[in-house]
Write a protein of this length. Sequence first.
Length: 215
Amino acid sequence: MQREFNKILVFDFETGGFSTDKNGIVQVGCVAFDRTGKELGAYSQIVNNDLHIEPSAERVHGISKQACKTQGVPLDVAIKKMLSWYDRADCHVTFNGLAFDMRFLRAEAARCNLTVHEDPEMHIDMFRIMKLIIDPKILKRSLQACCVEYGVPLEKAHDATADARATGHLMFEVMARHSLTLEQLASRNIPLPDSRFGMDPMYALFCGASSVKNY
């Protein structure tokens, strides 16, 4: 029997860089939705992380070491809270989270002696979904570019909560525009015209290009 997702958690992290050894999470952003797209609540928190913040990362999100010390909560407090949201959801949504955010969540949870209960069938990575349905020249690995393409507002790019909220709205807009369900997105069985190559939908279906079951 196919799962039905009713509690959706969209999350995003701002970090001090790309290395889970040298850098850590400096901001947690979580936004919960029901399956109709109604927002149920949000959690946003600066994290007082002892790990290094690269100057290039600070230029992107604007979170300094001083801000972490004065505005942040201890890492274990932030991760415990985030995981309490994570564990209550039956579907997790990110933008490039399988390659990025989940790596940091695992690393930070391990530092706090906490466990992340992962299930790939519960995770929708909208970056990987968008790779199937949008011209890669538009995508450019950017949430902002996808939001512009689908008319989704992104109030403050590179704020974790704003990015999470925009990712959620992007997902629901994609579902509405392409007549998809959450369960189809999670199963990676997505019958979509292959717009990346300008192919006719029926021809794409015939040649198998528009049904993708594995990332």
